[in-house]
Design a protein around this ligand. Structure first.
Ligand code: PMV
Length: 311
């Protein structure tokens, strides 16, 4: 049996502007994982995927060309040079909530691609996994920047610019983020489409906002390198202002953000596509419990803490 896993992810700075060539910073959330387990099945049984959390059974031979799991698997088999459908039983599980901006889709695809390459006796290099997951995401999301597949495939904090290999960045002092799930679905495709329409209507305004976001992301890189928590928090807050200005925030997210700041978080912002999904808040040992409580009281469906450090 081959078992592979992949982590969830958060975007710390620069979502949306990253689609327009500006840098962004993202990190894995290693305690949230998707898992793919492959066992050989008797000859003639073909390749069957069981997506346990959603109760779906997918037969590779009959799955539609655009079925997301079948597509990721076909890409992996093609990469491994396997032309004939193998007799595999594949079980997929995940503890990353779906459509919450934590990268559940990319994580399941990454776990599946990793397991398939490994089971086929091929190396599952991060750059290969990232490329294949990107191709499967591209099919569904139109114009993804590639940040989700990159951070998940490399499973380390990344400085990301579209079309370039990910860079590492220095972390002067580890810092902790509370991640709060609004419980509202995060329609990334919709928010990315709305931003696109806004940009088309007023390119100068949007380009200037994206350039301000780029300055924020560069500032955040320096603040993270220096372990300057005050600056990291302030930059999160001003990144949030820009996200509000381009119309991807929502009252529910802003309620969570205000609750976190009010309980002592040094900064807070939405993370990912926006409207729904998650917010992140910068906490320390003293504020973590109060911020977590305030987020829950303000309606968060779940709160987890993750620490960003050098790996
Ligand atoms: O909603 P998520 O976490 O998948 O974030 C998408 C990030 C965007 O910048 C909004 C889109 C992209 O492709 O980079």
């Amino acid at each position: 049996m081959t078992t592979s896993t992949a982590s969830g992810k958060i975007i710390l700075f620069g979502e949306h502007a990253v689609v327009y060539g500006r840098p962004a910073i993202a990190a894995p959330v290693s305690q949230l994982r998707a898992t793919a387990a492959i066992t050989d099945a008797p000859a003639g049984s073909g390749c069957v995927l069981f997506a346990q959390d959603i109760g779906e059974e997918v037969h590779l031979s009959t799955a539609a060309a655009d079925h997301p799991l079948a597509l990721a698997l076909r890409l992996a088999l093609e990469e491994a040079g396997i032309e004939k459908e193998p007799n595999w039983r594949i079980v997929l599980t995940s503890d990353i909530s779906i459509a919450s901006g934590l990268g559940s889709g990319a994580a399941i695809s990454a776990a599946l691609v990793r397991a398939a390459l490994t089971h086929a006796g091929q190396p599952a290099r991060p750059e290969t996994v990232s490329r294949l997951v990107f191709r499967s995401e591209e099919y569904f999301h139109g114009t993804p920047s590639g940040i989700d597949n990159t951070v998940i495939a490399y499973e380390r904090p990344v400085w990301f610019v579209k079309g370039q290999p990910p860079e590492r960045f220095g972390v002067g002092h580890p810092f902790t983020l509370a991640i709060a799930d609004s419980g509202l679905p995060s329609p990334t495709k919709e928010t990315v489409g709305d931003v696109r329409r806004g940009w088309e209507a007023d390119p100068a305004e949007y380009e200037s906002r994206f350039s301000r976001v780029a300055d924020i992301v560069h500032g955040a890189r320096r603040a993270i390198r220096d372990g300057n928590f005050v600056a990291i928090g302030q930059l999160m807050n001003i990144n949030q202002q820009q996200l509000e200005a381009i119309g991807v925030s929502s009252p529910a997210l802003e309620k969570l953000i205000a609750a976190a700041r009010g309980a002592g978080a040094r900064g807070a912002k939405l993370s990912g596509g926006g409207r729904g999904g998650n917010v992140i808040a910068l906490v320390d040992d003293k504020s973590a419990a109060a911020v977590e409580g305030a987020l829950r009281a303000a309606g968060a469906k779940g709160v987890i803490l993750t620490t960003i450090s050098h790996r």
